[in-house]
Design a protein around this ligand. Structure first.
Ligand SMILES: Cc1cc2nc3c(=O)[nH]c(=O)nc-3n(C[C@H](O)[C@H](O)[C@H](O)COP(=O)(O)OP(=O)(O)OC[C@H]3O[C@@H](n4cnc5c(N)ncnc54)[C@H](O)[C@@H]3O)c2cc1C
Length: 401
């Protein structure tokens, strides 16, 4: 049976669900959200969920700030649904080489209205006694940041979207995009039937390369396995601690709210190429033991008291990473009717509320300064050799910050 839709959003992660919801809020017509498996099947089901505004690129910092404000008022803004946001505070720790960069970024962010301040490492030690800070030369603190639950947020967006009339179809993979004789989108094909539509929003994350292969649109998005190690803190360290971005040892960590667990992930780009996959469907939750051991060492270094606790779990998720670690958000001129919001690498969750809003406005043909700011993430930047580059960068973290 052929159905019709004004807009088909493909991919039921935080990004697809947010875009579908924001389109529905703007009464963009009949909207379908199609997910090949269950909602939050991809990165959004495994993300560690850190929400902070610290970015070296001013556009990203401003977007993250707009998102942070939404996380603070999530349930009022999105129909009473919850994101699991815990504003437990966020520290960024840097070494000698990055003292000036951190100070400049803090000053810039304060000029954007972001609540952030430089703090002496000794003050960090007083606030979070479990941290080892002898190798930390400078630090900054965002009291309003923290972490949320990516799967809960995805479900919240989807539930609100359904209330506003979006039809959400899980277990519905899009297997082909059909074009008319002029090369414009005319339908998407699923095992359940063909859906006639003129507008498709590609939010398939790490599956980006295969999704548009048939319409000859190559996306430079590589699926990457990302590991998380979870340690149980001993009783004397059981109280939750703030989120920490450790740019000395290139890792990030946060505690859980309801259990004395600390989660740590890698932010050292030198490891990523070891975990590249040829195809997103090769992801099975595989674990590479060497990186887990490295993460465990990093954790014990930063929180030495955890050597008295135990590792309770190691798991992995999968991101879609681009050459500059930044997303591709655009209208694809090669395939009229196709939009994309993919390749968010390791930092898409925190941006999902604002990207959903701006992307829906972009699709509706609206334009203002913030919608225009999305041009930074245009598809053509790879051909133009004009990758996203921050005016300031940290010595080791490169494009990741
Ligand atoms: C371990 C880990 C830690 C992270 N930590 C953070 C963090 O601290 N902070 C942060 O902001 N971000 C973090 N991220 C990144 C963040 O999770 C992602 O950027 C974000 O979830 C991307 O959302 P998405 O909707 O674009 O993609 P995804 O969540 O991957 O969703 C894509 C969806 O598309 C579906 N799909 C694919 N092909 C098809 C098809 N043909 N038809 C229908 N459906 C299809 C998939 O099944 C999937 O559900 C982390 C990620 C991981 C893995």
């Amino acid at each position: 049976m052929i159905q019709t839709a004004d807009i088909v959003v493909v991919g039921g992660g935080c990004m697809g669900a947010s875009i579908a919801l924001h389109l529905a809020e703007k009464q963009a017509g009949k909207i379908l959200l199609l997910e090949q498996k269950d909602l939050a099947n991809g990165a959004s089901g495994k993300g560690i969920g850190i929400i902070r505004t610290h970015y070296t690129h001013p556009t990203l910092a401003k977007l993250a700030y707009q998102s942070l404000l939404r996380f603070h008022h999530f349930s009022e803004r999105y129909g009473g649904y919850e994101s699991g946001f815990n504003p437990c505070g966020y520290y960024i720790l840097v070494g000698e080489a990055d003292i000036q960069t951190l100070a400049s970024i803090v000053e810039q962010h304060r000029s954007f209205g972001i609540n952030v301040s430089s703090v002496d490492p000794q003050q960090v030690k007083v606030a979070v006694p479990s941290l080892y800070i002898e190798d930390v030369a400078a630090a900054a603190y965002e009291p309003d940041s923290g972490y949320g639950s990516p799967p809960m947020t995805t479900l919240a967006f989807a539930q609100r979207a359904i209330e506003l009339g979006v039809k959400v179809c899980t277990q519905t993979p899009v297997t082909a995009i059909n074009l008319d004789v002029e090369g414009r989108i005319e339908a998407v094909v699923t095992p359940q039937g063909t859906i006639a539509t003129r507008t498709v929003v590609d939010c398939v994350g790490a599956w980006a390369r295969q999704f548009t292969a048939d319409v000859d649109l190559p996306f430079p998005v590589t699926p990457v396995v990302e590991h998380v190690v979870v340690a149980e803190r001993p009783i004397k360290l059981a109280a939750p601690h703030p989120v920490v971005s450790d740019l000395v040892n290139l890792c990030y960590l946060r505690s859980d709210a309801d259990q004395p667990y600390t989660r740590i992930g890698n932010s050292d780009p030198k490891y990523h190429s070891q975990f590249f996959l040829d195809d997103a469907n090769q992801f099975t939750g595989q674990i590479f033991p060497d990186i887990c051991e490295t993460l465990q060492h990093k954790l014990m270094h930063r929180m030495p008291g955890l050597s008295e606790g135990k590792i309770t779990q190691t798991y992995s998720g999968m991101w879609g990473v681009t050459p500059d670690y930044q997303p591709i958000i655009d209208r694809l001129e090669h395939v009229p009717g196709l939009y994309c919001a993919i390749g968010f690498s390791g930092h898409g969750y925190k941006l999902s509320p604002i990207i959903g809003d701006l992307m829906s406005r972009f699709i509706m043909g609206e334009s203002d300064e913030r919608v225009e700011s999305l041009k930074l993430f245009r598809y053509s930047r790879f051909q133009e050799n004009d990758l996203v580059k921050a005016p300031l960068s940290y010595s080791q973290a490169r494009g990741l910050r």
